[in-house]
Design a protein around this ligand. Structure first.
Ligand code: 13P
Ligand code: SF4
Length: 305
């Protein structure tokens, strides 16, 4: 039995669903029960009926799954896989800005800790942020932690006043405008599909801006045979699988998230073999934090409809 067959067998024996983000390795995406962007993963986690959820992604995704479906046992394939952007803001910082701007709505990108979510009014993902912000009754929006996504949303919702935080995704920040201009020269007239975590001067050059899932749908639904992709290279697995006749080019070879790449088939096997023994810790959150952090996530699920 090879490792993928072993994982499939263990999944059934342990009543586990494996949820994977598009940025993990293609080999891992292949054995997952569901692969999606952050919003689709949150919705799937909320409706999961299996006893255990094994997350092939980073820690905020596992925490969101636990918040949305608290009776399930949630495990991370690698518990050290985090998101540097999520670590760029603390609950204390949010409280301080709230004190100074009591009328602002705190809009929190899901790439954040449960403690930060607990201080927020609503969560968003890259696929629903514009929609959700438009529906907020407050005029002032304190958008945390991603400044790039915040500026992208602000441009499309000019009726709101934004307060920005300084967070960013190091992987998307590394896709600089000068590299994209080089790629454009190498592949003239090839459409550019970019993630809104990229800097504003990169998004200005893009033909389409969207979440990972939206980028994948765009490439499938459009006639062009080649695309320049400005997001993490994990999406190439799905892009190439769904479009064997099309070509996809990264802007730079290093547009890779090191934390997402910590997830391997071996680690998934280990977790499936050791669930419930204490050798692979579950995602567990403080009860009070949970109570407060699930509100903005549930609010997102309602407003994003
Ligand atoms: P989406 O899949 O929601 O576009 O998120 C991208 C991301 O950076 C997740 O960490
Ligand atoms: Fe965080 Fe960026 Fe990695 Fe996503 S790609 S997990 S935002 S560091």
């Amino acid at each position: 039995m090879n490792i993928s067959e072993k994982i499939r067998k263990l999944k059934q024996e342990t009543d586990t669903i494996i949820l994977a983000h598009y940025y993990v390795d293609g080999e891992v995406q292949k054995i997952a029960d569901f692969v999606g962007d952050s919003f689709a993963l949150a919705k799937t986690a909320a409706n999961t009926t299996q006893k255990n959820i094994l997350f092939a992604g980073v820690s905020f995704m596992g925490e969101s799954a636990k918040l949305l479906n608290p009776t399930k046992h949630v495990y991370m394939a690698d518990e050290t896989a985090g998101c540097p952007m999520a670590d760029m803001i603390t609950a204390e910082q949010v409280k301080e800005v709230r004190r100074q701007n009591p009328n602002a709505a705190v809009v929190c990108y899901v790439n954040s800790s449960a403690e930060v979510k607990a201080e927020s009014d609503v969560c968003v993902t890259s696929s629903n942020a514009v929609k959700v912000v438009k529906k907020m009754e407050q005029k002032q929006i304190y958008f945390i932690p991603d400044s790039h996504l915040a500026h992208f949303v602000a441009k499309q919702v000019p009726e709101k006043e934004f307060i920005y935080h300084s967070g960013y995704c190091p992987t998307h920040k590394s896709i600089e405008r000068k590299y994209l201009l080089e790629a454009k020269e190498k592949y003239p007239n090839v459409p550019i599909l970019a993630h809104p975590e990229c800097a504003e001067d990169v998004l200005d050059l893009a033909d389409f801006v969207g979440s990972t899932m939206e980028i994948i749908h765009y490439a499938k639904d459009n006639a062009a045979k080649e695309y320049i992709i400005a997001t993490e290279t994990g999406v190439f697995h799905q892009l190439e699988k769904e479009n064997p006749d099309k070509k996809f080019y990264p802007v730079i070879p290093s547009q890779v998230c090191p934390d997402m790449k910590k997830v391997t088939l071996e680690k998934i096997t280990y977790v499936l073999e050791n669930m419930g023994t204490g050798r692979c810790p579950e995602v567990l959150l403080d009860e009070q934090v949970m109570e407060r952090a699930k509100r903005p996530l549930k609010q997102m699920l309602q407003l994003a409809l």
